[in-house]
Design a binder for this molecule. Structure first.
Ligand SMILES: [Mn+2]
Length: 451
């Protein structure tokens, strides 16, 4: 998805529904989330981690609002989408390495997550309060009759040194808004004693979360497959006279028909010439023969999203000039995709796209945005944009040429592997001849009898 800014009102209407245990995972999947928690625990050098699920996000002021951003870390580690829950990781403890506080029936959550110690959320403040008593101050009786908080206290005990607590701070900061209620816990911890050292858990979690495990890769492949097939349906159905919104509706329908219930971002269809300073609220356009249309969209599967773009002619046939520019862009995208492997940086990909575009006739100056971003639970996923790619990282490759007359953009999803790359969206037609042939076929629009 491209960089854009939405008015705050639009962002806030997009807040997703959080189901009380609506997101319970199948028991067979618990091992996946357990392995993730163990990976995180192994990376925590000292202290404990407190991770809360979020009722709502802070808005991302740089770009668009993804309703689940702040919850993705919690879902990543538990498989649960449930408000008012807190996961406490206590890596130094054999008895209580994982403790989960939930606003749901603990027994059901225990069997759904495989976490042995699940308690009602009302216990959280009491347990933590007891745990914050310095371990050296605890008497034998207290250790015996309050084993859980005593054990957290023992793990936190640092012989008078700082007691380190990793906390999942909001992913985005908006100083204009009141801080999320859940931050109250961090604030309270901080004011009670200078012994507590609060650190951002994201620093530890991001490198783990961005190198996708096999489960994540499976979801990304499926999201790419469903999105790609929806894109092909849109190619079959597109014709002059449809509106941009109708094409977007077709894409969304085709995804939902295939079982995707959510999207990584709102489907965007753009017909005709475009410019960087175009208003978000411009009137919806009708597709006209001679124009190009670009679809930018991605279905979400089990909280992992695709992000794809194809540009094709409304009439079903590229003009010679459109085809010439399209081929240059395709060559630049090919070069970038072939470059993906461990050690390559985002800047390398940017340089490669600009090099090919420039060598093909100075088209680099018509490419205004970044070639690649991380892809995962977020459409623009969290990660270190300065670090070299590592196996398991998924990125988009989305160069474009924005001319006054028309715009061509292609976007594919590419997984960095140990030896190179896996091109998740390679099956979606990209050759002009292939696209033109597909557009000759019947689409579902042919059967729709609606105004
Ligand atoms: Mn994108």
């Amino acid at each position: 998805m491209r960089i854009r800014s939405l008015p705050l009102a639009v962002m806030l209407t997009a807040i997703g529904t959080s189901l009380a245990l609506g997101g319970l995972v199948a028991a067979a999947d618990t091992g996946i989330f357990q392995a993730r928690r163990q990976r995180l625990a192994a990376a925590i050098p000292e202290g404990i981690a407190i991770m809360q699920s979020a009722a709502r996000n802070q808005a991302n002021l740089y770009e668009f609002f993804v309703p689940n951003s702040d919850n993705h870390d919690f879902i990543y580690l538990t498989g649960l989408q449930t408000p008012g829950a807190t996961l406490v990781l206590c890596p130094g403890s054999e008895e209580y390495p994982e403790i989960l506080y939930v606003d749901a029936e603990p027994g059901a959550v225990r069997s759904a997550t495989g976490i042995a110690h699940v308690y009602p959320v009302k216990n959280l403040m009491r347990d933590l309060s007891n745990a914050y008593t310095d371990y050296s101050q605890l008497r034998y009786t207290q250790r015996r009759f309050k084993p859980l908080p005593s054990e957290i206290s023992r793990v936190l005990y640092n012989d008078g040194g700082p007691k380190v607590i990793y906390f999942n701070y909001p992913r985005f900061v908006n100083l204009d808004e009141p801080p999320p209620e859940r931050l109250d816990l961090a604030r309270r911890i901080a004011v009670f004693s200078p012994k507590y050292e609060l650190r951002d858990l994201a620093d530890i979690l991001d490198p783990i979360r961005m190198a996708h495990d096999e489960y994540a890769v499976t979801q990304l492949r499926q999201a790419a497959r469903i999105s790609g097939r929806a894109m092909m349906e849109c190619m079959r159905s597109t014709r002059p006279g449809l509106t941009e919104d109708q094409v977007a509706a077709l894409f969304d329908f085709a995804c939902r028909y295939q079982g995707a219930t959510r999207f990584g971002f709102p489907t965007e269809v753009h017909a005709g010439p475009r410019s960087l300073d175009e208003r978000e609220d411009r009137p919806v356009r009708v597709l006209r023969a001679g124009d190009l249309v670009t679809i930018d969209a991605g279905a979400e599967i089990n909280h992992y999203t695709a992000d794809i773009q194809r540009t094709f002619p409304v009439s079903g046939t590229f003009t010679p000039e459109q085809r010439r520019v399209y081929d240059i862009l395709k060559e630049a995208q090919d070069a970038c995709i072939r470059l993906v492997r461990p050690g390559v940086t985002m800047q390398d990909l940017q340089n490669e796209a600009l090099r090919v575009l420039d060598e093909a006739g100075g088209y680099g100056k018509y490419f205004f945005w970044g070639t690649s971003h991380f892809l995962g639970m977020e459409v623009h996923d969290h990660g270190n944009n300065l670090a070299p790619l590592v196996p398991g990282v998924c990125i988009t490759v989305e160069p474009g040429i924005m001319l006054p007359e028309f715009t061509v953009i292609l976007e594919d999803d590419v997984l960095c592997t140990a030896t190179g790359y896996e091109w998740l969206t390679e099956f979606i037609p990209r050759e002009p001849d292939e696209i033109e042939q597909l557009m000759q076929k019947m689409g579902i629009v042919d059967a729709i009898d609606l105004e």
